[in-house]
Design a protein around this ligand. Structure first.
Ligand SMILES: [Zn+2]
Length: 79
């Protein structure tokens, strides 16, 4: 496995969705590749930050503008 493979599999790796064999290969790569290890650590931290943060309530006008845009672009019905 090379750095490109690691980057491609990184989100599945962090989610724990990788096959065992792929995960082992990835971890073996991380043992000798500091750069990928940093990327994995930072991505994991970012994911944790997202999970910890409360859903943000959008201000009303932003919400209605968003709905307008969705309706126009995708034909999605607003509430
Ligand atoms: Zn690497």
């Amino acid at each position: 496995m090379n750095c490109k493979n690691v980057i491609r599999e990184i989100s599945d790796y962090i989610d724990g969705d990788l096959d065992l064999s792929v995960r082992q290969e990835l971890e073996r790569h991380l043992e000798h590749c500091t750069e990928c290890k940093i990327v994995v650590d930072q991505t994991r931290m970012t994911v944790q930050l997202f999970c910890d943060s409360r859903p943000i309530e959008l201000p009303g006008d932003v919400k209605s503008r968003l709905h307008d845009a969705l309706r126009r672009n995708f034909g999605v019905k607003g509430h």
